[in-house]
Ligand binder design. Sequence first.
Ligand SMILES: [Ca+2]
Length: 468
Amino acid sequence: MLPLIILAVCVLHSHAASLVNTTGAMDELGFCHCSVALPDNTFPADRLEILEISNKDLSISVQQEITKMKSYQATLTEYLLKLKNLTRRVDVIEMGGIAYTELDFELLKLEIREMESLVIRLRESMDGSNVLVETLYTEVHNISIMVSQLESYDKNNVLAVRREIALLRKRLEDCEKNQNNEVPPQINYGSCSHGGIVNISKPFVVQLNWLGFNYKFGAWGKDSYAAGNQDVHWVTPLTTDGRMMNIIRYYPTYDNLLLYKGATEKVLTKNLAYNNYDYSSCGQGGGIIMFNSSLYYNCYNSRDICKLNADTNGVERKTLTDATFNNRFSYSSSTWQDIDLASDENGLWVIYSTEQNAGNIVIGKLNSSTLVVEKTWMTSQYKPGATNAFIVCGVLYATRTLSTRKEEIFYMYDTKTGQEGQISIILDKMMENVQSLSYNPNDHKLYMYNDGYLVTYNIAFKSLPKPV
Ligand SMILES: [Ca+2]
């Protein structure tokens, strides 16, 4: 007990000694009792007042900060909405989903620049302490970079193409202004007062043959006789092996052809007794032409030329002397077309080959009434080296394949002079293979059967120098 009492007295001593004198007494139980008299200081009202003022000031500034934060929050929400909208628009442009114009780009860039400066101001005022503002800043910055890249890469070349088009349009307008004084050359259908083919137009796809795209082989066209009915269009898809022609459709007008309506159909196979068939009136290959209301073609499984009268359905035939047939020397892109009929301003022709001419193209001038070949020309162009051929003003033109999308008129033979030579006129094509190609002098068009599609091309001729 004693050490405890001593400790209590010592503690009192150490605390009170510096202040005032103290008197104490110990009771009978050994507890120490003492009274401490503290000095009588006044209440620090001034300090409380200061504290109160500080508190009030602090309260006001907190209130101000809260108001500020609230307004930032509102601005931020607005920015976020704007940013979302911008991101969506940039995404659409990046994906190349819809066409965008230069103006769109400029507007976007303007908006992004505006956003960027607003976010920078906001960021400065927040002193980099708000995570949301920092994120917003990063996003706006990223979107700005993305738009710049998009414009510089211009993945779809849309802007470049648009500028190019605008430039071309301007040049075209200038050209038209300059050309206005010149009279366009007169087109004389049926006339040969020109200097030969100078250019071929882009292909014009009229439609698919009525049996569908499985019927890749065939031919089509109009009457190539000057006085023939120019409204009638004929179409003959061959059997799918490309060999036999046994069905023909005559459409009374071009509109009927487009609508697959109102056609007269002719089937050439004859049914015999005991399930036998007679194919003798059928054709072979796609070298078919219509001239003066009759179809001319290679008769099935023979070297004969057939003439089918579209009005009477009567068939005449005549052997083409020495002609090879049944795939001996067909064209490279179509089988069974050893004998190819053609027409031009001078009437009917036949393009074929013989063993004597080693498979090279032979041109025969055909009498449309008697089917007799009146004159022949031997060329040095191997027939299977060409994809097809046609004749314009007594000049044979042969084509070959350059690629799946391009065909080239590469060879010509002039029957008037006996001269032959290489040329290069490109024909674009929609489908890979040319199954038939013929010229009609009445509209200066080429008619092509292109893997089941009916296609035409316009031919442009060189004008002859004006007589002095
Ligand atoms: Ca032909």
